[in-house]
Design a protein around this ligand. Structure first.
Ligand code: SF4
Length: 720
């Protein structure tokens, strides 16, 4: 008997990693037409591959992938489904949504878009006019409903949009930290190695090599803090007080940039008066940062030739997120670190316009949440989903009856899974779209299977003048479709498909038509193409480069950087970056603190997971097989807890079972609980560990309406 051994067919396709929307430029090695490995494209603006990208093969070909549309045949939550065709599924969805529209009005249909299975391509097509980053919330506008969420709904909005727009007059996405020219890097409440993509880490370490000092402010000694020159531990939720205290030092010692403050800001006198309440001695009591450290860092920021700042969720996941971030931005402003070499710099105004579909909200009906969070809803042209349960369960201010969840899971990402389960049971109709079965999918009437972005054609536009075609690398696994294909097919059945390109090829031709880069260029250069996105200049505010018609200043109502925000005042909020003590905490709720004497923090990203995704992938699970709560050795010892003991994390809302990681990487009195658990396909240990059982649905930032994932209270106890 002879056996024939044919050589495996090998080829490489240049494309973009298809696992998350990070947009890393990669070469994909294929063996016999299947993904084997991805590696970064040298010289690409996002030429990195994270640990999830390294496990792309396992993710794409996982047996857990949804491979066909499913129709529920059991009770909601029971997880009993039967496969159906896409045509059947889309017909059923369209029929159900039209029925809801007829009975309750179009606004009774809502959609929640996350980043999970999201193709960034769709932002040009389903985004509301004038709001770019928040992506797809315009999809339901032509249907007549203003009720869709934006994208990446649990991060970035407080920081990137609300705080930045009300202070510097721009989405933070059009700024960057000028690490290449800085002599002081301040990483505040962020951990760049777990970013998607993790492209800043190299820039930060290069700056350090060049001699820049790297300081990390965080309640945890994070990955980046371990590589930094200095880690400053701060009590979560008190970052605003820390920034205000540094401004107190800077103003008292006359270290601020007088000319910039005088010419380009409004509200300095009010700010000067307000920060008097925060001398370093008082701030030490609030923040736990030693007064000497506060003063020393303040002087370093004021004295730096250019201080760059990189912030994220550490500040925004608190009940004063927007104002904490505003305080930090005001600190950067009065020290003259805005739009100067090495500072927080505006990107050049991009002269290039790509085509996009511009969708406007329907008139006469406000989105859900607009009564409580009007600034959020106005700026994002989006519903604030934390108010959806009020509408679903109580019909207030009007009922929500139909829900589409795309690339996300409300049950694992927002507080109080029980309230969301109740909502899902009360809805008339629910559909989910994802690559894997999600916690929400278990309650859906129809579950739709999504592609990874290796399986569909698309494109990516990068800041700084670079774009790339996302070549389709493999055929879709099973009967899966991309988010774009699903939404355009649904729009067709709902009667407004003509608003959108109908194929991915048409979409790309539409976006790049008349642009600086032709489709032919993109095809000829699969590694991507640069184009002129404007000359970089500093101090653009002085040169009329930030506002329309060449007017000098910032793009705010006053034309100045607003230390006191006129927009916030107009909406009835405090215009100053006021500090508010965490509602739940040793100072905010001393009685509760006696029963729950540890400060609970959650929401820090893991390298191996993308929120609740990938905690079923064996190669990634090896990196962290079980959910953990990080606890300081002193706090662990006081409770008789040893490393890797099974423990309960208990809060006034409930308890969740995890494993203790005893480490002095977390401050005493604080714990950090891994988020992401609670999905039905995850490894058992994770499946049972939804951190949002112990977070608080009612505790939110009053401006953004975002839930508080940090600065809550808990107790840790051993379990059997
Ligand atoms: S950050 Fe996202 S796009 Fe980049 S390699 Fe990782 S998974 Fe892929």
């Amino acid at each position: 008997m002879t056996t024939e051994h044919s050589e495996p067919q090998r080829e490489t396709v240049t494309s973009i990693c298809g696992i998350c929307p990070g947009g890393c430029g990669v070469n994909v090695a294929l063996v016999d037409g299947k993904i084997e490995k991805i590696s970064p494209i040298k010289g690409h603006p996002m030429g990195v591959v994270c640990v999830r990208g390294l496990h792309a093969k396992e993710i794409v070909y996982s047996n857990d992938r949804l491979k066909s549309p499913l129709r529920r045949v059991g009770e909601r939550g029971e997880g009993k489904f039967e496969p159906i065709s896409w045509d059947e599924a889309l017909d059923l969805i369209a029929e159900a949504l039209q029925k809801i529209k007829q009975e309750y009005g179009p606004e009774a249909v809502t959609a929640y878009f996350g980043r999970g299975s999201f193709d960034p391509t769709t932002m040009d097509i389903f985004g509301p006019r004038g709001v770019y980053i928040q992506g797809t919330s315009g999809f339901l506008f032509p249907f007549g409903s203003p009720n869709a969420s934006g994208v990446s709904a649990v991060c970035r909005v407080s920081y990137g949009l609300l705080a930045a727009i009300t202070t510097i007059g721009a989405d933070i996405a059009i700024t960057y930290s000028d690490f290449a020219n800085t002599d002081l890097v301040v990483i505040w409440g962020a951990n760049p190695p777990t970013d998607s993509p993790p492209d800043n880490i190299k820039k930060i370490l290069d700056a350090k090599k060049r001699g820049a000092k790297v300081v990390v402010i965080d309640h945890m000694r994070s990955d980046i803090a371990k590589k930094a020159d200095q880690w400053i531990g701060v009590r979560p939720g008190t970052d605003g007080a820390l920034a205000l205290s540094m401004m107190n030092v800077i103003i008292n010692e006359q270290l601020y940039d007088e000319a910039f403050v005088q010419d380009w800001t409004v509200g300095f006198e009010e700010l000067r008066q307000y920060v008097k309440q925060f001398p370093p001695e008082a701030a030490e009591e609030i923040t736990r940062v030693p007064k000497e450290t506060i003063a020393e860092l303040a002087r370093s920021i004021a004295g730096a030739k250019g201080a760059s700042m990189y912030m994220y969720t550490g500040l925004e996941y608190t009940n004063s997120g927007v104002q904490n971030i505003r305080a930090a931005l005001c600190l950067w402003a009065i020290t003259g670190n805005i739009d100067v070499p090495g500072g927080l710099v505006f990107r050049p105004r991009n002269p290039v316009r790509f085509n996009r579909v511009n969708l406007d909200p329907p008139e006469g009906v406000k989105p859900i949440g607009a009564d409580k969070y009007p600034l959020f809803c106005d700026l994002l042209k989006s519903a604030q989903f934390m108010e959806a349960p009020r509408a679903i369960l109580e019909g207030d201010p009007y009922p929500l009856k139909g829900l589409i969840v795309v690339g996300s899971s409300l049950l694992t990402s927002l507080p109080n899974p029980d309230i969301w389960k109740k909502c899902f049971k009360k809805l008339d109709f629910m559909v989910t779209f994802d690559r894997f079965m999600t916690a929400d999918g278990m309650y859906a009437d129809i579950v739709l299977p999504g592609t990874t972005n290796f399986e569909n054609l698309g494109y990516q536009k990068y800041p700084g003048g670079y774009c790339q075609l996302r070549q389709k690398v493999i055929e879709p696994v099973g009967d899966t479709k991309s988010g774009f294909q699903f939404l355009t097919a649904l729009a067709d059945r709902l009667g407004y498909g003509d608003l959108f390109p109908s194929t991915e090829e048409e979409l790309i031709s539409f976006v790049f038509k008349d642009g600086p880069v032709s489709l032919e260029d993109l095809k000829a250069h699969p590694e991507g193409v640069s184009y002129d996105a404007g000359q970089q200049e500093y101090r653009k505010y002085a040169k009329g480069l930030l506002r329309s018609k060449g007017k000098p200043g910032f793009n705010t109502p006053s034309g100045k950087l607003e230390l006191v925000s006129s927009v916030l005042e107009k909406y009835g909020y405090d215009g100053l970056p006021v500090y508010v003590e965490p509602i739940e905490g040793p100072l905010g709720s001393p009685e509760l603190y006696k029963e729950y004497p540890l400060v609970l923090n959650t929401g820090a990203r893991l390298q191996s997971a993308f929120r609740s995704q990938h905690l079923n992938i064996p190669g990634l699970l090896k990196l962290q097989p079980k959910p953990q709560v990080l606890i300081n050795p002193l706090d662990a010892e006081a409770r008789g807890i040893a490393n890797q003991d099974k423990v309960w994390v208990e809060s006034p809302r409930g308890r969740v079972g995890v494993w203790a990681k005893v480490t002095d990487d977390v401050m005493t009195g604080q714990v950090e609980l891994n988020a992401g658990g609670g999905s039905p396909i995850q490894a058992e240990e994770w499946r049972e560990a939804n951190a949002n059982i112990v977070t608080d649905f009612e505790n939110r930032d009053p401006i953004s309406g975002f839930p508080v994932y940090k600065a809550l209270l808990c107790e840790i106890k051993k379990r059997d």
